[in-house]
Design a binder for this molecule. Structure first.
Ligand code: FMN
Length: 234
């Protein structure tokens, strides 16, 4: 009886874990991925997690070819050429931090690297999970890039490219594994993948397809407006 009451009290007194999902997105495809992950976490964790979603902001995006070359170097050095607003963030109150980024020049996009360099981390407390969006390749190198910058080993990673055939399944699998690592899995997101007729869910795939088309248009129009090197104020 006492053991039963103890278990019941543990169940009700269990504290919510604090999770931060932070990401940067230039042309919004990482944003689509981040929002899908956040939605599935909310649906599958049954309020066991206190999830905060944060988009990293930059003051400007240098888009021209000259600045683009600068971005190449800066993405490796993590130089703050774009003025990230969330620098020196204190992450020590989070049990888990999920970091999402686009792949730039086979590394993690420089705004995320610069944010990571200045973030305050409790390496004993906080678990890390990474996810990336890439045009074609470079996800693995980008994960290594970010992990070495933060001096952490991510427990799970998810690398999606515009050519990934089943992003919906991979996102569900990623969320499933992250929630397991946090002891917060209530209903597996994998269960909603594929109906009885064996048809896969393609919601994220379709969103990403639209997002990629829009981002191509956005980049093309900006270059047309000023091919020499425009800085877009945000
Ligand atoms: C400066 C820059 C460098 C890029 N470098 C790569 C790369 O090395 N490999 C790759 O697969 N895609 C690369 N891409 C494409 C992006 O990773 C891809 O378009 C991604 O979906 C963008 O994410 P976002 O829409 O969240 O900004 C690059 C894009 C930019 C703007």
């Amino acid at each position: 009886m006492i053991a039963f009451l103890f278990l019941i009290s543990q169940y009700f007194c269990e504290e919510q874990k604090n999770v931060l999902l932070t990401y940067f997105s230039y042309t919004n495809t990482t944003k689509i991925l981040a929002e899908s992950i956040a939605n599935q976490i909310r649906e599958s964790s049954n309020n066991k997690l206190n999830l905060t979603v944060q988009q990293l902001h930059v003051e400007s995006i240098p888009l021209g070819w000259k600045q683009s070359l600068g971005l190449y170097w800066n993405s490796f050095r993590g130089k703050d050429s774009m003025h990230v607003k969330e620098l020196n963030q204190d992450l020590t109150s989070y049990d888990a931090v999920m970091v999402g980024a686009p792949v730039w020049w086979y590394g993690t996009a420089c705004p995320v690297i610069h944010w990571a360099q200045t973030a305050k981390i409790d390496h004993l407390r906080t678990k890390f999970f990474f996810f990336n969006m890439a045009g074609g390749s470079g996800n693995e190198r980008a994960f290594t890039h970010l992990a070495s910058t933060m001096h952490v080993t991510p427990l799970e990673t998810l690398g999606i490219t515009t050519k990934t055939t089943s992003p919906d399944f991979l996102v569900a699998q990623y969320v499933n594994n992250c929630l397991k690592q946090l002891g917060a899995l209530s209903a597996s997101p994998l269960n909603s993948q594929g109906d009885k007729a064996g048809e896969e869910s393609n919601e994220i795939k379709n969103e990403l397809k639209k997002g990629v088309e829009q981002s191509k248009k956005q980049i093309k129009e900006t270059f047309k407006a000023d091919p020499s090197g425009k800085t877009e104020e945000l």
